[in-house]
Design a protein around this ligand. Structure first.
Ligand SMILES: Nc1ncnc2c1ncn2[C@@H]1O[C@H](COP(=O)(O)OP(=O)(O)OP(=O)(O)O)[C@@H](O)[C@H]1O
Ligand SMILES: [Mg+2]
Length: 254
């Protein structure tokens, strides 16, 4: 059962058609991939799903309800959280304070019976940053700053987590550690979480995603398992021969 569905979404910016009838669905308990060449419309789809952009046409459904025109705050309250392609954490605040602000914002709706500081520490521990709670985010390595963003997103107690290139700026080890973390988060039945992952790192995507949607020029050209999309002729053509996929299939979590 899909928890989040985007149906026939069109997004025009003047003459640019960023999304051209794109339909994707994501299910709880899984990491779903959203891949495609630069400019394919991945971030635009995130913006439509989170409410930053109102689509020209099409529908976004969450848990069966039409949320196409719902305000961003309402969607966040419903449990849709995201991280950004560019780092958005507060650089002058500590990792702990960054997360605490996010917990506080969601306190009434999500954490009524818990102390803010306890929840903030729990979120930091979840992403493995317990030891650097007091360090200013601006002085942390990129990998850790990205994890602070993940902890901030988890502070919203999401049911749908949208991650826009979380491995950007990370080394191989940090990337596989994020991959393991995502699989743990979706495997935990108590979280009942669906993750939508935008990524250019193919071995990362192929390793953690149960299903993958492939966008090209705003259209979904393939949807399926890692093996299915890698073998798809249209996908290989979109990636100019498919060199990206050479040796990409890692088989983790499949
Ligand atoms: N606010 C905007 N105004 C005008 N055009 C835009 C706007 N946002 C995105 N676009 C255009 O829409 C298309 C899709 O952009 P988008 O950022 O969604 O691609 P993407 O798949 O996320 O690419 P990347 O992999 O480089 O992040 C591009 O042609 C882009 O230039
Ligand atoms: Mg993008």
């Amino acid at each position: 059962m899909a928890l989040l569905e985007a149906e026939h979404v069109v997004m025009r910016f003047g003459g640019v058609v960023a999304l051209d009838g794109a339909s994707v669905d994501i299910a709880p308990g899984e990491v779903t991939g959203l891949i495609g060449p630069n400019g394919a419309g991945k971030t635009t789809l995130f913006n439509v799903v989170t409410g930053l952009l109102a689509p020209t046409s099409g529908t976004v459904r969450f848990d069966g309800a039409d949320i196409t025109r719902a305000a961003m705050a309402k969607r966040s309250q419903m449990g849709i959280a995201r991280t950004f392609q560019k780092l958005e954490a507060f650089n002058t605040l500590s990792a702990f304070d960054n997360v605490r602000v996010a917990v506080e914002k969601n306190r009434r709706a999500k954490w009524k019976h818990r102390r803010v500081n306890d929840v903030a520490h729990e979120m930091l521990d979840k992403v493995g940053l317990g030891d650097v709670a007091d360090v200013t985010v601006g002085t942390l390595p990129t990998g850790s700053a990205r994890l602070v963003e993940l902890a901030r997103a988890l502070a919203c107690r999401p049911r749908v987590l949208l991650l826009d290139e979380p491995s950007s700026g990370l080394n191989e080890e940090e990337t596989s550690s994020i991959g393991r973390m995502l699989l743990e988060l979706v495997d935990d039945k108590g979280n009942d979480l669906a993750v939508l992952l935008v990524e250019h790192d193919m071995s990362f995507v192929m390793g953690v995603c149960a299903r993958i949607h492939v966008l090209d020029f705003g259209q979904v050209i393939a949807s399926g398992t890692a093996l299915e999309v890698q073998a798809d002729a249209a996908v290989r053509a979109a990636y100019l021969g498919g060199d990206e996929f050479r040796g990409a299939y890692a088989g983790v979590g499949q």
